[in-house]
Design a protein around this ligand. Sequence first.
Ligand code: ADP
Ligand code: MG
Length: 376
Amino acid sequence: WRRCRMTSIRLGGTIGIIGGGQLGKMLAQSALRMGYRVAILDPSEDAPARSTCHTFIHAAFSDFDALKQLCEQSDVVTYEFENIDAHILRTLVNDYHVPQGAETVLTLQNRDLEKTAIRNSGADVVPYEKLAGKAQLEQFIESHQLPVIVKTSTGGYDGKGQVLIETEAELDTLDIPFDEAEWVVEKYLQLEREVSLTVARSTSGQVVYFPLQENLHKDQILYRTIAPARVDYMEEAKTAVDKIMAAMHFVGVFTVECFIDQEGKLYVNEIAPRPHNSAHHTIESCSISQFDAHILAILDHPMPEVHQHQPAVMMNLLGDDLDRLEEKLFTEPDWRVHVYGKTGRKPARKMGHVTVLTDDLDTTLDQLEQKFIKGV
Ligand code: ADP
Ligand code: MG
């Protein structure tokens, strides 16, 4: 990169983060605690991370000049937003110190390329196909049977851009705009469980693994995480992740989401090349958090071993939950409450999360469920 540095980045150096949502905010909080300065770029005037940085650049992710300005001010640049335009990202990687590089994130931006890369690494993925039109969808259903799920190849998150097809009748009335976007179809599994493994890899190749996380989704949005998972799949997930790491270049923290089907077989679903919602519990439950690990990894500092102090449950606070719980959030002695500071509250928007450390998982799960559902 142009601003070539022979020495490592010193305390007081500036970390530039593309994206100022909750992930950018929590990354910034780790960086600030460790003694770095933080610069953030985000298109939203009231981005959560605006309050946790020294410099805030209010600009679109497509604003090339603004991104360059962020890079000019930073000793190292990272992102919490993974859908940066390919041309822009390649240029930034070329000209500045962006240790994560461009190629992995560009592959993972596209579900078809992502699944192909995972399959080519030797890890198992659910049967899928890139879709050209309805005839191909019908053919896929003939070979794999219903139910299937159709997803946009790009831009989807929290279940957005996904259509579940369970019956022939649904298939008949379905109108997918094949001309307007790229789509993939995959077999919809009856899941026994979902797990995720969060890993950090430093620039020079040190790797640390967080405990395996067990995730429950509601309406395709993460509802609750339990760590460590109550199923014994750590070694299997690690094996899959190691295959993926051997095939693709990772720097920083990333999370591999996995499905376990009724037969007990593990499939890789997708990979997030950034901090992940299912690893938020690490802030309280582990020796270093996923955010600490990310900062250390991109700075190429040695990372400590990850050990978990106590089992943890993390639940997301959606807009709906905040409506019910707002007055009772800070009265629970064991709740570690995080509210991101987003101004617009919507029913299904991620507004915050709660982590509880516990040695009595069943009781804690009960108490949380009661609170979240009834608000009592
Ligand atoms: P996103 O990018 O929105 O996170 P995912 O592909 O991870 O998209 O889907 C979100 C959730 O929807 C998954 O965590 C899972 O609960 C459910 N889901 C998605 N695809 C499948 C599938 N093929 N079989 C079963 N459940 C699925
Ligand atoms: Mg997902």
